[in-house]
Design a protein around this ligand. Sequence first.
Ligand code: G3D
Length: 186
Amino acid sequence: MGLFDFFSKLFSSNKNQAQVLCVGLDNSGKTTIINQLKPKDAQTEDIVPTIGFTVEKFRSLSVNFTVFDMSGQGKYRNLWEHYYKDAQAIIFVLDSSDKLRMVVAKEELELLLRHSEISTRCLPVLFFANKMDMRDALSSVKCSNMLDLDKIKDKPWHICASNALTGEGLHEGIQWLTDQIGSQRR
Ligand code: G3D
């Protein structure tokens, strides 16, 4: 069973749709992760509200994904914030081999968690410390320390090392996220 089938199946008994926001800096591996999750028959819609800002949305069975880059797009922030209110879970993708931009990822994460549509809700946040296969990749514990994840007290969060090229680590993360969404609905 493919990853997405697995994910969708877990929701198939639930009439509600799961809305998952997948964000992170450019080049962190969002598209590659999403392609691993995406079923062949996914309905994909590229939305380009204005030059330079692209949001990809796709849906299959009961899971809706919205994906966009957070980097270099500060001027479009008010556009992407529009998607926050519908999110039931967040996937935040980190390039664990890009130490230099870890500080930028931290700033974006802080802004995201402080946003009024997010700060008041107990959304699960799944971090993928992606590109774990790279020789100079930081461990998930190091990424967690660099982002001060221990300071997140009001939301369940989890970090998984992943290799989006092979799919390693994705299953564990998606299983955790699914459990979290499921337990919030009970
Ligand atoms: P983005 O959607 O976040 O911008 P992409 O990132 O998914 O487009 O990935 C950016 C580049 O990183 C791609 O390489 C992709 O193949 C690579 N990549 C993604 N995940 C991994 C990973 O886990 N390990 C390694 N080694 N590379 C990864 P290109 O060369 O196409 O730019």
